[in-house]
Design a protein around this ligand. Structure first.
Ligand code: AMP
Ligand code: MG
Length: 351
């Protein structure tokens, strides 16, 4: 299949792009589009055949459910069997935006997009292209991230083209993805609201709005045997470049010393290595490839850069990556959650 790539120009011409993409979606095809978190790969959420194509294009396991994207809060009542008061409070406060809510589903939501669960994940994105596509197409759009399953999520159209060109009908290009890591997922289908995936909206922000909120213990650190994450997607190897990634934590001087000794060893053996550090610390390493993920105290800058950097390591055939760990006060928690997965939970703790 030939994939159509169209770029948003913020002129009258954009109308034609939305018309073409809307028709593809209504006809059961696949369209990748930018959101404020990462690029999504969309299909008509209520058309089981159309969303089955998402799984095929990405190579995604069928038990990993999709997020349904809406453009109007009233869609909650159409898709969810119960809309708790807390969902309305969160919708008012954080929608449109990088928040996904898990609610009990209506029968019309196909089991194939919920991985057979009795719940549905719903998000109202704030990105103007995503919002306009949902609104003008007239369908709810089921969309996971627009990457090959297991790869880092795409934050630029070029990433989507590399992964999915020839496998989907259309890509809408507008490289204004802002946050760079996927939405926060909160489960409101049970008694105590539970964060299933960290993102830009943090536990503190939820607690401010709706009181007690817990974090699914399965999502940070190593997965203990028998502990299964409630968001099925969180159990898969994910976000990983081909390189062997190691995170090194501890007092800064020791981290630098450890990483430099590892690099010296690996480079002597003829391997290609890279270091991921920050603007403030990158000067301390001896390595041919040193990348800064952003400013040390600006967690959002690291979030924005993370996936593009992981993808660049593959492009340069890097074999070993040593990464500093990053601040986790806000969106940094999501960054570290993804980075720990990219590292296959390989963390060296120095003291
Ligand atoms: P992606 O947008 O590619 O990051 O994938 C969507 C994420 O939402 C995956 O981690 C899914 O496991 C999660 N998800 C979607 N629907 C549900 C649901 N009903 N219950 C729990 N997690 C869900
Ligand atoms: Mg994904």
């Amino acid at each position: 299949m030939k994939t159509i790539v169209k770029t948003i120009t913020h002129t009258e011409e954009d109308k034609k792009i939305y018309e073409q993409a809307g028709k593809i979606l209504r006809d059961g095809g696949l369209v990748a589009f930018p959101t404020e978190t990462v690029y999504g790969l969309g299909a008509d959420a209520l058309d089981a055949k159309a969303s089955a194509k998402i799984y095929a294009a990405k190579g995604r396991p069928s038990d990993n459910p999709l997020i349904v994207h809406i453009a109007d809060v009233n869609a909650l009542y159409d898709l969810a069997a119960e809309v708790p008061e807390k969902a309305l409070i969160l919708a008012k406060k954080f929608w449109p935006g990088p928040l996904t809510m898990i609610l009990k589903k209506q029968d019309k939501v196909p089991d194939s997009i919920t991985g057979g669960l009795g719940t549905v994940a719903i998000r109202m994105p704030s990105h103007p292209v995503a919002a306009e596509l949902i609104r003008s197409s007239g369908v709810y759009i089921a969309a996971p991230s627009a990457n090959t399953s297991g790869k880092p999520s795409p934050t630029r159209a070029e990433h989507v083209i590399n992964d999915l060109s020839g496998r989907i009908d259309m890509i809408i290009q507008d490289d204004t993805v802002d946050i760079g890591v996927e939405s926060t997922i909160i489960d409101l289908s049970e008694e105590v609201p539970t964060i299933l995936r960290p993102g830009y909206i943090t536990q503190a922000m939820f607690e401010d709005a709706i009181g007690k909120t817990i974090i699914d213990p399965a999502i940070m650190g190593s997965l203990k045997e028998g502990v299964v994450p409630k968001a099925p997607g969180m159990k898969y190897k994910h976000y990983a470049p081909n390189a062997d990634v190691t995170i090194v934590e501890g007092p800064h001087e020791k981290v630098v010393e450890y990483i430099n000794s590892q690099i010296a060893e690996k480079e002597a053996e003829g391997h290609r290595c890279a270091v991921m550090a920050t603007d403030e610390t990158k000067g301390k390493y001896i390595c041919k490839d040193i990348v800064s993920a952003g400013h040390k105290d600006d967690e959002l800058s690291v979030a924005r850069n993370l996936y593009a950097i992981l993808r660049d390591f593959d492009k340069q055939n890097i074999e070993y990556v040593y990464s500093e760990s990053f601040e986790t006060k806000n969106v940094g928690q999501a960054v570290m959650n993804r980075l720990i997965k990219a590292a296959g939970h390989k963390i060296i703790k120095l003291d």
